[in-house]
Design a binder for this molecule. Structure first.
Ligand code: NAD
Length: 338
């Protein structure tokens, strides 16, 4: 199949593109190489993808309609996976305009491309953060989740809703996946695992928000990719649900649904730090801080819908996942000091 992936130089896009190329698909990737974090890391991921004949790269922003159209033309996509966007909860407090531009304007442009090219399935990255003030655990797609706490979450929720309107109006089969704290090799330097490992290795203190009370449903990146690859064939409106008793989020008026991608096994921040200390064989210097504005105390995925649709749910243990990250991090730092 021919895949158009936005955000292919990003953490998740890189892993997904690599997996699809290895499976024999053609991938056309789009990425604007934004400077939210180290652009060299993005360039190195891209260089790896470019070594394959199955990959073609378009460096362009989602806001550039012509660039997007050219990439789609280069590919005539069977499937579009939309991962590009401005990530990060805390950054959205300081840089709100980036979220409007990348996540709203960019997604609108991408939907217009999808409307023209009519892929058999459009898959869009949403986030567990849209559950916001929801305290009903675990988070199920059937819950009302109307109260985003940050602009990041609000733009992700708006993306879901705008894509629903497009799915309805233009009969575009669409799945929005809600990712839960993804981690693994080639991960993002702004996320906790990367920051903690780097600081502990250097003997620097780590900032522990919420006095360590926070819990996160961490999802190992290979498990996430496996889930996405399986969901490609679970086109909304085509497949009946295999399992009974699962609350489906399929829209009554459009070929559209949301699906959690998380294993449903939240880990406390302090046990998470202990796991890192164990893998590094070094103690962390913990600086305990209060919760930050917009942070939620816990995330906890209900993976039943994912399981019913794909027969699969993430299951890599945090010990194995963190060990793999540390191994990658040490090799990466050796090759690219600074
Ligand atoms: P990432 O920042 O590594 O990747 C996003 C990529 O999109 C980057 O390479 C960036 O250059 C590109 N990009 C950003 N704005 C762009 C624009 N306007 N035009 C073109 N390219 C642009 O992030 P990631 O962790 O790979 O996340 C991928 C998607 O999944 C994002 O939409 C993110 O919000 C969502 N998500 C991620 C997580 C997680 O834990 N990593 C959790 C929930 C949701």
């Amino acid at each position: 199949m021919r895949f158009l992936i936005t955000g292919s130089s990003g953490f998740i896009g890189f892993h997904l593109a690599k997996r699809l190329i290895d499976d024999g698909h053609l991938v056309v990737g789009i990425d604007g190489m934004t400077d939210y974090y180290d652009v060299n890391l993005k360039r190195r991921r891209t260089a790896i993808l470019k070594t394959s004949n199955g990959y073609r790269h378009h460096e362009c922003m989602l806001e550039d309609k012509n660039g997007l159209a050219e990439a789609a033309q280069d590919c005539n996509p069977d499937v579009i996976v939309h991962l590009a966007g401005q990530a990060g909860v805390r950054y959205s407090l300081e840089h709100p305009e980036t979220y409007i531009s990348s996540n709203l304007v960019g997604t609108f442009n991408l939907l217009e491309v999808a409307r023209e090219w009519k892929p058999k399935h459009l898959l869009i990255a949403s986030s567990s953060s849209i559950y916001g003030a929801n305290t009903e655990m675990p988070f199920s797609e059937a819950h009302k989740s109307d109260l985003p706490l940050t602009l990041y979450a609000a733009t992700k929720k708006a993306m879901e809703e705008i894509s629903h309107a497009y799915a309805h109006l233009w009969k575009l089969p669409t799945t929005c996946f809600r990712f839960f704290t993804v981690y693994g090799p080639w991960g993002r330097p702004d996320m906790a695992l990367f920051k903690f490992v780097r600081a502990i290795e250097r003997g620097e203190p780590i900032e522990v928000y919420g006095e360590g009370r926070m819990r996160r449903d961490f999802t190992y990146v290979d498990d996430l990719v496996e889930s996405i690859v399986r969901l490609v064939d679970a086109v909304p409106g085509e497949l009946p649900l295999e399992a009974e008793g699962v609350a489906d989020s399929l829209s009554p008026v459009a070929p559209w649904r949301v699906v959690n991608i998380g294993g449903g096994q939240p880990v406390g921040l302090l046990p998470f730090i202990e796991t890192i200390e164990g893998c590094l064989d070094k103690p962390a210097l913990k600086q305990m801080l209060p919760m930050q504005k917009g942070d939620v105390e816990s995330t906890f995925a209900d993976p039943s819908l994912l399981k019913a649709l794909t027969g699969y749910a993430p299951d890599t243990s945090i010990q194995v996942g963190v060990r793999n990250f540390v191994k990658w991090y040490r090799t990466y730092c050796e090759r690219h000091p600074n």
